[in-house]
Write a protein that binds this ligand. Structure first.
Ligand code: FAD
Ligand code: NDP
Length: 532
């Protein structure tokens, strides 16, 4: 009530002083009232906005753009708290600034290095391969310049679409009011009919001496001023393997410390094949180990202690220690207790039903969601569908099942659907058929590249329609290969239909149409001949 009275006063104040305020009335329609700055009312008259989005990353921006296209009045608050090392970045969220995009660019740099070496076998007159080196500063500058251009395009797009953007850290005042704290400490109040939480997460650090002082995370690696040198990557999930993979390919000594297993949640045969392939390329693995202490030596290098499963302590010296031990959602900073927003106690994630939280006008999408994939396209799709349901009379719900993904390890691993172990656990071994094959990519022949880990797997029902439940691919361009098959699985692909699909020759994707050996048969899944 107090807020409404205040707003009414402000509107009257604004009409009376329109001329005076013209100059200080920016694009985002805010103006000051004492210490607090308020935005003007939207057409609704009850709230300033139809939708207020907290978090300008993949999910938040997708929802905001869709909502505004459907006629809603929308504002987005986005704020990046510096990493413990002090790294910060612009608008667009994790994916654009410190996630998918810089990661893919560094992966591409690594692939190009590999291609330069191979090109000699194809007749290119390259200098002595031993003299070819990557320039870390040149690489990070190029990557950061691209990111800055994306930040800029994103801001322009918001302005063009008339989405009001505030560089402010938001937290709840009540279930319709968000307080946004600007860099200079000034606070603004925003009211909205609907609020969308899309604040994503940030890397976790272990509670060991030296972790915060001397460790870095994926938030820092893509803009690191100095070349990382000998690097210890702690964690063997997506980020750990991807970072260790590109660092090794760029010429740095890289070690992955694995607490338990590699790529938990993925098909373990495929995950171990990826680790094996990375080891073959020179990445070191320390298994069943946990770091216990990091100290800085007088020469600036880092002395790392770790404990193995026999509780023996080991140590080694590294230039860089990168933590990739999972991410923490930024939900507690929203002061959820003020509106009674429930979080999962162990993870601080939000459990939603159709993206709606336990507070009816408060929604959530993206990495903050409990038991949903932490992937950009998932956040984007869920955000868009939510906006259509809120403002476009749509009833379409987000389907989180059979989301395809790729680990951009040096030899990539793409998959969709169930792993072999999950299919067997759910349906029983007797009901599941596992088809598998090794294959030889044509482009590997001339440079005589190792093909021993080029491997694919199809998980399907053994009887009935033999529906395909999962597809797994290790090889070049795995994401490109799996994306199309993900659409086929969405359309209930069956194994006979897969076999009835005519391949595109010579590609690596066609190997799925040639697969025929079952694990049950015990036959050798070695590569078939090239063209027959
Ligand atoms: P985010 O994109 O994280 O956006 C949240 C935004 O909200 C951030 O800008 C944050 O600073 C801001 N914010 C937080 N709190 C507040 C607040 N209180 N007020 C205002 N603003 C706030 N996914 C893929 O699909 N493919 C990949 O190849 C891939 N690679 C990745 C590589 C790395 C190294 C990492 C870290 C992630 C990667 N991901 C990848 C995951 C992907 O980046 C995330 O799933 C995606 O960004 C999640 O989107 P989101 O909208 O939930 O949150
Ligand atoms: P993950 O949850 O994938 O992996 C975390 C790793 O750290 C696991 O190996 C885990 O081991 C280990 N770990 C956890 N705690 C500790 C600890 N205290 N000490 C030592 N090791 C520990 O997290 P990531 O940070 O790699 O990635 C976060 C998310 O980002 C992913 O889930 C993914 O959705 C997304 N992402 C997507 C990418 C893509 O699409 N290509 C790329 C990168 C990220 P254990 O198994 O024992 O728990």
């Amino acid at each position: 009530m107090a807020t409404l009275t205040l707003l009414a006063r402000i509107v009257t104040f604004r009409s009376a002083h329109a001329k005076l305020l013209e100059f200080s009335w920016p694009r985002c329609n805010t103006f000051s009232y004492g210490r607090t700055t308020m935005a003007c009312m939207c057409s609704d008259q009850k709230f300033m906005y139809d939708l207020l989005v907290i978090g300008g990353g993949s999910g938040g921006l997708a929802a905001a753009k869709e909502a505004v296209n459907l006629g809603a009045k929308v504002a987005v608050l986005d704020f990046v708290t510096p990493s413990p090392r002090g790294t910060t970045w612009g608008l667009g969220g994790t994916c654009v600034n410190v996630g998918c995009i810089p990661k893919k660019l560094m992966h591409q740099a690594a692939l190009l290095g590999e291609a330069i070496h191979e090109s000699a076998a194809y007749g290119w007159q390259v200098p002595d391969p031993k003299t070819i080196k990557n320039d870390w500063q040149a690489l990070t500058t190029a990557v950061q310049n691209h990111i800055k251009s994306v930040n800029w395009v994103t801001r322009v797009e918001l302005r063009t679409k008339k989405i009001e953007y505030f560089n402010a850290l938001g937290y709840f005042k009540d279930q319709h009011t968000i307080c946004g704290k600007m860099k200079n400490g000034e606070e603004k109040l925003f009211t909205a009919k609907n609020i969308l939480i899309a604040v994503g997460g940030r890397p976790r650090y272990p509670d060991i001496p030296g972790a915060l002082e001397y460790g870095i995370s994926s938030d820092d690696i893509f803009s690191l001023e100095k070349a990382p040198g000998k690097t210890l990557v702690i964690g063997a999930g997506y980020i750990g393997l991807e970072c260790a993979g590109f660092l090794n390919s760029l010429g740095y000594d890289a070690t992955v410390m694995v607490r338990s297993i590699v790529l938990r949640g993925f098909d373990q045969q495929m995950a171990n094949t990826i680790a094996q392939e990375m080891e073959r390329r020179g990445v070191h693995f320390i298994y069943q180990a946990k770091p216990s202490k990091i100290e800085k030596q007088t020469d600036g290098r880092l002395l790392v202690n770790w404990v193995d499963k026999e509780r023996q302590t080991h140590q080694d010296i590294f230039d860089t220690v990168l933590f990739a031990i999972g991410r923490k959602p930024l939900t507690e900073e929203l002061k959820p207790e003020i509106i009674g927003l429930q979080l999962i106690p162990e993870t601080a994630k939000i459990d939603v039903i159709d993206e709606q939280t336990n507070v009816p006008n408060v929604y959530a999408v993206g990495d903050v969601l409990h038991k949903k994939p932490e992937l950009t396209p998932v956040a984007i799709h869920a955000g868009r569908l939510l906006a259509r349901r809120l403002f476009g009379n749509s009833t379409e719900q987000m389907d989180y099942i059979n989301v395809a993904t790729t680990v951009f390890s040096p030899l990539e691993y793409g998959c969709v659907g169930l792993s072999e172990e999950a299919a067997i656990a759910i349906h029983g071994e007797e009901k599941i058929e596992i088809y598998h094959a090794y294959y030889k990519p044509t482009e590997f022949f001339i440079p005589q590249k190792d093909v021993s880990n080029c491997y694919i797997k199809v998980v399907a029902f053994r009887n009935g329609d033999q529906r395909v439940l999962g597809m797994h691919f290790i090889g070049p361009n795995a994401g490109e290969v799996i994306q199309g098959f993900a659409a086929a699985i969405k359309c209930n692909l069956t194994f006979p239909k897969l076999k009835d699909t005519v391949g595109i020759h010579p590609t690596v994707a066609e190997e799925f149409t040639r697969i025929s050996v079952t694990k049950r048969s015990g036959l050798d899944p070695k590569p078939q001949s090239c063209c027959s």
